[in-house]
Design a binder for this molecule. Structure first.
Ligand SMILES: Nc1ncnc2c1ncn2[C@@H]1O[C@H](COP(=O)(O)OP(=O)(O)OP(=O)(O)O)[C@@H](O)[C@H]1O
Length: 586
């Protein structure tokens, strides 16, 4: 994706946004490689669907288009949902029970993506019901289709502008704020896990390594398990000394972990190169924020919410309108806290899918009843806890006011209200609304109009949209108070608890083994060593309003090919003037 010079202007409805070719191109042979080496030459697409879906009943619903991605857990195809006409991405996860940890990962991802509904998080549209409750091994998850990912965008664009960076970071922080208020931590954020559209819309995906933080889980457990992709690890993870260091004086760092300390002290002392020197063309405000975000000591780094309040986002971010999420309950993730068998995980996955199918059916009938006019996302009514044969728990979404109260109770940083405030649903649409057109998926060479993030819909129509509520089910029985290494004080700074810091001693050797000396760790792979959740801190609670607009005048997009384990996908982008709204979310 190649995007040109953005300028801040008020939007116009006529100006085209972009021309582009498909981001992902896959050939029949790619498809063949992806699905087991059978040749598809001369066969109909129907056969492809049969091959892709095996014996799943939804085979007739989706018209497979092409392979668009491949990860370690599955193959992703683009397809047309013949029921709705929408383009979707279908992820096939093979043989999910080969390892219990893989099955748990799938369950975790489906659960989290169903609970976390936010415009900057990829949306699950459907999960296909396996043909048999007890005997299934593949899972098909249907997502909204995105055109590319940030990795490709960065690779293909050497002329991204300050506005691009600002808007990208803004969306990511907005999503992170939401995710963290749910007490969820993604733990594998990297450009490949951030899907992108040519209109600069980003969405976080791949929650397979995410964890939910609970108040009774020692942080050390989380950190033990948290390895993340190598190039994106925080220094404290690379050195396995995350909580084992403290400042003696301002410029002397003490690392208690012996190996990490020896390693650090063996290094030559270097003067830092000022960012302004390294990136002379960058916005000084951006560099200042970067410095804060990259602080060596984690307690000096701002939370997502604090970062959003940074002067860098002035005029873009209205902190009180950025949505938060209700904390996810322990019950949803009980399976993470004890040993479960393959059969039990299988049952939990099946139940989760049943639940999802139920919800999608409701959405679909709502859509039909309303002539496809509104885009409903039904509130999740969680029917069961996530433990095998556990008690049934019925829970409804908590009205926003109550949520707000709860949130202010549990979060000392709370400065605003939740996002179901009337301002979100009833306030006049930003001044560009009349000019907004419905977002249309760009096709090869097609010029499409100004982008309206779909989240505008409810604002425009004034309809009720459950996304204005926070997701989640049952409220925590008590306020969540950190009991671990770091606590966030009212000033937003983390403070180390001495008692908990001491507990880390027993983990030293394990951590050193994993992070410091374990040569078996694949260089570009996030590793899940321990499935227990962790506890960290939460960002605050607010709602959103962005009525600034950024118009992006785009240039040519380069063509880029990338490999997904033998599958090449091409990202051709020819872009005209782009305009997109820095819109309110809901
Ligand atoms: N909704 C989507 N729209 C478009 N492309 C997608 C979508 N979801 C995934 N992809 C593409 O498929 C690739 C693999 O998807 P994903 O990361 O979810 O799989 P995974 O098996 O969990 O990967 P990993 O090995 O990184 O854990 C992504 O990098 C992306 O390029």
């Amino acid at each position: 994706m190649h995007i040109g010079t953005p300028t801040r202007t008020s939007p116009t409805s006529e100006s085209p946004i972009l021309k582009m070719d498909d981001a992902h191109k896959a050939t029949t042979s790619n498809f063949t490689r992806a699905f087991g080496g059978r040749s598809f030459t001369g066969i109909t697409m129907g056969s492809m669907e049969m091959e892709f879906f095996s014996d799943y009943g939804d085979v007739s619903r989706y018209k497979i288009q092409e392979v668009i991605g491949k990860g370690s857990y599955g193959v992703v195809c683009s397809a047309i949902d013949t029921h709705t006409g929408e383009k979707v991405a279908i992820k096939k996860i093979h043989d999910i029970f080969e390892h219990v940890s893989d099955a748990a990962r799938i369950l975790r991802e489906i659960k989290l993506l169903r609970l976390l509904r936010h415009p900057d998080i990829v949306e699950i549209k459907h999960v296909m019901l396996p043909p048999s409750r007890r005997d299934f091994k593949d899972i098909y998850v249907v997502f909204e289709l995105m055109e590319s990912d940030l990795h490709q965008v960065i690779k293909a664009n050497d002329d991204l502008t300050k506005e691009h960076y600002q808007f990208f970071l803004y969306q990511l922080l907005r999503a992170l704020k939401y995710i963290h208020t749910a007490n969820v931590y993604h733990r594998d954020l990297k450009p490949k896990n951030i899907l992108a559209n040519a209109n600069c819309k980003l969405k976080i995906c791949d929650f397979g390594l995410a964890r939910v933080a609970f108040n009774d889980t020692p942080t050390t457990v989380f950190w033990t398990d948290y390895v993340a992709t190598r190039w994106y690890r925080a220094p404290e993870l690379c050195g396995s000394f995350y909580s084992r260091f403290y400042f003696v004086s301002a410029d002397e760092l003490t690392v208690r972990n012996d190996k990490a300390r020896r390693y650090l002290t063996s290094m030559r002392k270097k003067q830092p190169i000022p960012f302004a020197q390294k990136f002379p063309n960058a916005d000084p405000l951006a560099l200042r924020l970067l410095e804060r975000l990259l602080a060596f000591d984690p307690k000096d780094r701002p939370t997502a919410e604090e970062a959003l309040a940074d002067p860098y986002f002035k005029g873009l971010s209205k902190i009180e309108r950025e949505p938060s999420c209700q904390p996810i309950t322990k019950m949803e993730f009980e399976f993470e806290r004890r040993r479960v068998t393959k059969e039990e995980i299988g049952e939990l996955i099946f139940r989760e899918i049943l639940d999802a199918v139920d919800q999608f059916k409701q959405q679909f009938s709502h859509l039909e009843e309303n002539g496809g006019k509104s885009y409903p996302i039904m509130p999740l009514e969680r029917k069961h806890a996530s433990l095998p044969r556990s008690t049934m728990v019925h829970s409804n979404m908590v009205p926003s006011k109550e949520q707000s109260n709860i949130a202010s109770c549990i979060n000392r940083q709370t400065t605003g209200e939740f996002n179901n405030n009337s301002r979100d649903t009833e306030s006049p649409a930003p001044r560009s609304i009349p000019g907004l057109q419905k977002f249309s998926q760009a096709k090869p060479g097609k010029v499409v109009g100004p982008v309206i993030p779909y989240e505008y819909a409810s604002v425009v129509k004034g309809t009720y949209d459950p996304r204005t509520f926070m997701r989640g089910s049952v409220l925590p029985s008590q306020p969540i108070l950190p009991t671990n290494h770091y606590q966030r004080s009212t000033s937003g700074k983390q403070e180390r608890s001495a008692t908990e810091a001491d507990k880390g001693v027993s983990l030293q050797s394990k951590l050193a083994q994993q992070c410091g000396v374990n040569a078996k760790i694949a260089p570009d792979t996030a590793i899940n060593i321990d499935t227990n959740p962790f506890f960290m801190t939460r960002a605050g609670v607010n709602k959103i309003e962005q009525d600034d607009r950024i118009a992006i005048e785009t240039k040519l997009l380069q063509s880029k090919a990338h490999q997904y384990g033998g599958i090449s996908t091409t990202a051709h982008r020819k872009v005209g003037p782009v305009q997109y709204g820095m819109t309110r979310l809901f």
